[in-house]
Design a protein around this ligand. Structure first.
Ligand code: SAH
Length: 358
């Protein structure tokens, strides 16, 4: 049994079953044994590959979208921030593209919101020349105009699961059975935050909630409404809760979420409508990643880059373009949501939200 599995078993024996949120937090961010704390999980040799690791085009186009938004709002001095920057690849590609915009990088102070010491070290190797400042949470950023990106950050935040049962909800929890970690259900009870859903939710329906994600969205939205700026949130998910989306991935394969605590990535789909509702600023329509990247000109950019390539490198480049944009790959599962101040133009690639949605 791994050290983290022992800690979990001891804790459950002493205190009873824990919520999925507690389980996720311990598995991902335990200060000694956590998944992100102890490793760089990204890339072909790791557990999963993210869009910025697939092609430089992803970060470049995000950089240009943020740059246009910064120009549209009068080019203020600003905080350029990323939530969960992984290997620093996205920020590196985005700032390279922003370098073509006169004055932009000079006006920026980069902040990286990162919990993992291992990934902070990795980010320092790539971004150290730009003197970024690392912080533990969004609340630690200065009060200033803020342009921000978060790719595959919100899916790592801890969720809770509730099954509609009678007039209340049974929470899905992690306990133990025969010496193994096992899912269980609490006795049904009312949950204030879900009371409004009782009439419209059939018995037995599973709902996921992520209050930390709503907290981050609220703080982000407040800053953008108050000081100006924009945020691009990219992740897998959709508007609304989609049933049980809690999953574990190791070495690019789905594995049991309970079998290898601290050794596998744990995620859940992002409920974008919950983020939009929590943010006290304007938000864009939710756009599929493929549409976002095509609107920003990924195909023209791909053709330009292809000119210098041949053989396997060219094939890999073509495959990367397809992987980022095609509906059967990341193109429609992943979505992009933007936050902007009320009345400000939306960042290129996105569409203003239908007013009836707001
Ligand atoms: N954005 C990167 C990495 C995605 S993996 C990419 O697209 O490649 C998730 C990232 O979020 C990692 O950097 C992880 O360490 C960080 N992270 C997860 N939970 C966090 C939290 N609660 N606070 C800060 N960073 C967190």
């Amino acid at each position: 049994m791994t050290a983290l599995a022992e800690i979990l078993h001891r804790r459950i024996a002493a205190e009873g079953p824990m919520s999925i949120a507690e389980y996720m937090t311990l598995c991902l961010l335990h200060p000694v044994h956590g998944y992100y704390t102890t490793r760089d999980p990204l890339g072909a040799d790791g557990d999963f590959t993210t869009a910025p690791e697939i092609s430089q085009m992803f970060g470049e186009l995000i950089g240009l979208s943020l740059a246009q938004s910064w120009i549209d709002q009068g080019r203020p001095d600003f905080v350029l921030a990323e939530l969960g920057p992984g290997r620093g690849t996205l920020m590196n590609d985005a700032t390279r593209a922003m370098g073509a915009v006169p004055g932009m990088l000079e006006a920026a102070q980069i902040y990286l919101v990162e919990a993992s010491p291992t990934l902070r070290a990795r980010q320092a190797e790539v971004l150290g020349g730009m003197s970024p400042i690392w912080v533990d949470s969004l609340a630690d950023l200065p009060e200033a105009p803020l342009w921000l990106v978060a790719n595959e950050f919100f899916d790592a935040l801890p969720i809770r699961q509730f099954l509609r049962a009678g007039e209340g909800w049974a929470e899905r929890v992690v306990g133990q059975s025969d010496g193994h970690l096992a899912f269980g259900l609490t006795e049904p009870a009312p949950v204030a935050a879900l009371a409004h859903l009782v009439p419209s939710t059939p018995e037995g329906t599973l709902i996921e909630t992520c209050s930390p994600a709503q907290g981050v969205a609220a703080e982000l939205g407040r800053r953008i409404a108050q000081h100006g700026g924009a945020a691009l949130i990219i992740d897998y998910g959709d508007n609304g809760s989609a049933g049980n989306t809690f999953q574990a991935v190791r070495a690019h394969e789905k594995v049991s979420a309970l079998a290898q605590p601290g050794q596998a990535d744990l995620t859940a789909h992002v409920d974008f409508s919950a983020l939009a509702q929590a943010a006290p600023c304007a938000h864009t329509a939710l756009v599929p990643q493929g549409v976002f990247l095509e609107t920003l000109g990924i195909t023209q950019r791909a053709r330009r880059l292809a000119q210098g390539l041949a053989g396997p490198a060219l094939e890999a480049h073509i495959a990367a373009h397809r992987r980022l944009t095609h509906p059967s790959e990341m193109g429609s599962l992943f979505k992009v949501l933007g936050f902007v101040p009320e009345g400000a133009p939306v960042p290129p690639g996105l569409l203003a939200a239908d007013l009836r949605e707001r």
